[in-house]
Design a binder for this molecule. Structure first.
Ligand code: FMN
Length: 167
Protein backbone atom coordinates (compact mmCIF):
# COMPACT_ATOMS: atom_id res chain seq x y z
CA UNK A 1 0.00 0.00 0.00
CA UNK A 2 1.20 3.50 -0.84
CA UNK A 3 2.26 5.36 2.30
CA UNK A 4 0.05 8.41 1.62
CA UNK A 5 -2.90 6.10 1.01
CA UNK A 6 -2.26 4.44 4.39
CA UNK A 7 -1.93 7.79 6.16
CA UNK A 8 -5.21 9.02 4.67
CA UNK A 9 -7.02 5.74 5.41
CA UNK A 10 -5.84 5.50 9.03
CA UNK A 11 -8.57 6.23 11.54
CA UNK A 12 -8.90 5.47 15.24
CA UNK A 13 -10.99 2.32 15.29
CA UNK A 14 -13.09 1.73 18.40
CA UNK A 15 -15.20 -1.24 17.31
CA UNK A 16 -13.85 -4.61 16.14
CA UNK A 17 -15.08 -7.98 14.92
CA UNK A 18 -14.01 -11.16 16.75
CA UNK A 19 -11.79 -12.22 13.84
CA UNK A 20 -8.33 -13.06 15.23
CA UNK A 21 -5.24 -11.22 14.01
CA UNK A 22 -2.49 -13.49 12.69
CA UNK A 23 0.79 -13.65 14.59
CA UNK A 24 2.59 -12.87 11.31
CA UNK A 25 0.66 -9.62 10.92
CA UNK A 26 1.25 -8.68 14.57
CA UNK A 27 4.96 -9.35 14.19
CA UNK A 28 5.19 -7.22 11.03
CA UNK A 29 3.33 -4.40 12.79
CA UNK A 30 5.69 -4.48 15.76
CA UNK A 31 8.71 -4.67 13.45
CA UNK A 32 7.43 -1.46 11.82
CA UNK A 33 7.40 0.05 15.33
CA UNK A 34 10.96 -1.09 15.95
CA UNK A 35 12.03 0.72 12.75
CA UNK A 36 10.82 4.09 14.13
CA UNK A 37 13.44 6.68 15.09
CA UNK A 38 14.52 7.00 18.73
CA UNK A 39 16.34 9.95 20.32
CA UNK A 40 20.11 9.27 20.38
CA UNK A 41 19.17 5.78 19.17
CA UNK A 42 18.64 4.92 22.85
CA UNK A 43 16.24 2.04 22.13
CA UNK A 44 14.35 2.28 25.43
CA UNK A 45 11.35 0.25 24.22
CA UNK A 46 9.93 -3.18 24.90
CA UNK A 47 6.73 -4.57 23.41
CA UNK A 48 4.14 -7.07 24.60
CA UNK A 49 1.97 -8.59 21.87
CA UNK A 50 -1.29 -9.75 23.42
CA UNK A 51 -3.48 -12.18 21.49
CA UNK A 52 -4.30 -14.79 24.13
CA UNK A 53 -8.05 -14.76 24.79
CA UNK A 54 -7.60 -14.85 28.57
CA UNK A 55 -5.09 -11.98 28.70
CA UNK A 56 -6.98 -9.85 26.18
CA UNK A 57 -10.12 -10.51 28.25
CA UNK A 58 -8.40 -9.18 31.36
CA UNK A 59 -7.29 -6.06 29.47
CA UNK A 60 -10.80 -5.65 28.07
CA UNK A 61 -12.21 -5.69 31.62
CA UNK A 62 -9.95 -2.73 32.39
CA UNK A 63 -11.40 -0.89 29.38
CA UNK A 64 -8.13 -0.57 27.45
CA UNK A 65 -8.82 -2.63 24.31
CA UNK A 66 -11.97 -1.16 22.71
CA UNK A 67 -13.05 -4.79 22.27
CA UNK A 68 -10.18 -5.65 19.90
CA UNK A 69 -9.02 -9.28 19.63
CA UNK A 70 -5.35 -8.24 19.94
CA UNK A 71 -3.21 -5.47 21.33
CA UNK A 72 0.37 -4.31 21.41
CA UNK A 73 1.55 -2.78 24.67
CA UNK A 74 4.48 -0.37 24.50
CA UNK A 75 6.71 -0.41 27.57
CA UNK A 76 9.27 2.33 28.04
CA UNK A 77 12.39 2.68 30.15
CA UNK A 78 11.95 6.37 31.07
CA UNK A 79 15.65 7.20 30.95
CA UNK A 80 16.99 10.54 29.81
CA UNK A 81 19.58 10.98 27.08
CA UNK A 82 22.59 13.33 27.13
CA UNK A 83 20.36 15.84 25.25
CA UNK A 84 17.14 15.55 27.26
CA UNK A 85 14.13 13.34 27.81
CA UNK A 86 13.05 11.74 24.54
CA UNK A 87 11.36 8.56 25.64
CA UNK A 88 7.81 9.86 25.15
CA UNK A 89 8.66 11.02 21.62
CA UNK A 90 10.33 7.66 20.94
CA UNK A 91 7.19 5.85 22.02
CA UNK A 92 4.97 8.19 19.97
CA UNK A 93 6.95 7.66 16.76
CA UNK A 94 6.81 3.92 17.42
CA UNK A 95 3.06 4.01 17.88
CA UNK A 96 2.46 5.93 14.66
CA UNK A 97 4.56 3.47 12.64
CA UNK A 98 2.52 0.62 14.12
CA UNK A 99 -0.81 2.34 13.41
CA UNK A 100 0.16 2.79 9.75
CA UNK A 101 1.43 -0.77 9.50
CA UNK A 102 -1.92 -2.00 10.81
CA UNK A 103 -3.62 -0.17 7.93
CA UNK A 104 -1.17 -1.75 5.47
CA UNK A 105 -2.23 -5.14 6.90
CA UNK A 106 -5.87 -4.33 6.13
CA UNK A 107 -6.61 -3.95 9.85
CA UNK A 108 -7.75 -1.12 12.08
CA UNK A 109 -6.17 0.11 15.28
CA UNK A 110 -6.50 2.65 18.06
CA UNK A 111 -3.89 4.43 20.17
CA UNK A 112 -5.01 4.05 23.77
CA UNK A 113 -3.21 6.17 26.28
CA UNK A 114 -5.74 8.16 28.24
CA UNK A 115 -7.05 5.12 30.12
CA UNK A 116 -3.64 3.50 30.58
CA UNK A 117 -1.86 5.65 33.16
CA UNK A 118 -4.55 5.39 35.89
CA UNK A 119 -4.69 1.61 35.34
CA UNK A 120 -0.93 1.09 35.18
CA UNK A 121 -0.76 -0.85 38.49
CA UNK A 122 -3.37 -3.38 37.30
CA UNK A 123 -1.76 -3.58 33.84
CA UNK A 124 1.67 -4.23 35.36
CA UNK A 125 0.22 -7.13 37.32
CA UNK A 126 -1.67 -8.71 34.42
CA UNK A 127 1.30 -8.38 32.03
CA UNK A 128 4.09 -9.15 34.54
CA UNK A 129 5.94 -5.91 33.75
CA UNK A 130 9.28 -5.70 35.57
CA UNK A 131 10.40 -2.76 37.74
CA UNK A 132 11.96 0.12 35.82
CA UNK A 133 9.64 -0.09 32.81
CA UNK A 134 6.54 2.09 32.36
CA UNK A 135 3.39 0.82 30.67
CA UNK A 136 3.19 3.75 28.28
CA UNK A 137 0.35 3.02 25.86
CA UNK A 138 -1.58 0.29 24.12
CA UNK A 139 -2.47 -0.22 20.49
CA UNK A 140 -5.76 -2.08 20.09
CA UNK A 141 -5.81 -3.90 16.74
CA UNK A 142 -8.21 -6.03 14.75
CA UNK A 143 -10.73 -6.00 11.94
CA UNK A 144 -12.94 -2.90 12.15
CA UNK A 145 -16.71 -3.45 12.18
CA UNK A 146 -16.88 -0.33 9.95
CA UNK A 147 -14.45 2.26 8.67
CA UNK A 148 -14.84 5.33 10.93
CA UNK A 149 -15.38 8.70 9.28
CA UNK A 150 -12.68 11.35 9.24
CA UNK A 151 -13.07 13.58 12.30
CA UNK A 152 -12.89 17.37 11.84
CA UNK A 153 -9.34 18.58 11.27
CA UNK A 154 -8.18 22.07 10.33
CA UNK A 155 -7.38 22.76 6.71
CA UNK A 156 -3.77 23.20 5.54
CA UNK A 157 -4.23 26.97 5.16
CA UNK A 158 -5.54 27.38 8.71
CA UNK A 159 -2.43 26.04 10.43
CA UNK A 160 0.52 26.10 8.02
CA UNK A 161 2.83 29.08 7.57
CA UNK A 162 5.67 29.57 5.10
CA UNK A 163 8.97 30.96 6.37
CA UNK A 164 7.40 33.15 9.12
CA UNK A 165 4.24 32.88 11.22
CA UNK A 166 1.44 34.40 9.15
CA UNK A 167 3.39 34.00 5.92
C1 FMN B 1 -1.55 10.66 22.56
C2 FMN B 1 -2.87 10.06 22.11
C3 FMN B 1 -3.66 9.41 23.01
C4 FMN B 1 -4.87 8.84 22.60
N1 FMN B 1 -5.59 8.14 23.52
C5 FMN B 1 -6.77 7.62 23.14
C6 FMN B 1 -7.52 6.87 24.07
O1 FMN B 1 -7.13 6.68 25.22
N2 FMN B 1 -8.72 6.37 23.67
C7 FMN B 1 -9.19 6.56 22.39
O2 FMN B 1 -10.27 6.08 22.07
N3 FMN B 1 -8.47 7.25 21.47
C8 FMN B 1 -7.28 7.77 21.81
N4 FMN B 1 -6.52 8.45 20.89
C9 FMN B 1 -7.02 8.62 19.51
C10 FMN B 1 -7.52 10.04 19.26
O3 FMN B 1 -8.72 10.27 19.97
C11 FMN B 1 -7.71 10.21 17.73
O4 FMN B 1 -6.45 10.12 17.10
C12 FMN B 1 -8.37 11.53 17.37
O5 FMN B 1 -9.70 11.58 17.83
C13 FMN B 1 -8.36 11.78 15.84
O6 FMN B 1 -9.01 10.73 15.15
P1 FMN B 1 -8.23 9.87 14.04
O7 FMN B 1 -7.14 9.09 14.75
O8 FMN B 1 -9.28 8.96 13.45
O9 FMN B 1 -7.64 10.81 13.04
C14 FMN B 1 -5.30 8.98 21.25
C15 FMN B 1 -4.47 9.63 20.34
C16 FMN B 1 -3.26 10.14 20.75
C17 FMN B 1 -2.36 10.81 19.74
Amino acid sequence: MDLYEAMNARRSVRSYTDEPVSRDALQRIVQAGIEAPTGCNMQLRQFIIVDDADVIGQLAKLGVTKGAPAAVVILMDPQGTPYGEFWVQDASATMENMLLAAVAEGLGACWIEGQVTPKEPQLRKILGVPEGLRVWSIMAVGTPTAQPGRPPKPSFDEIVHFDRFGG
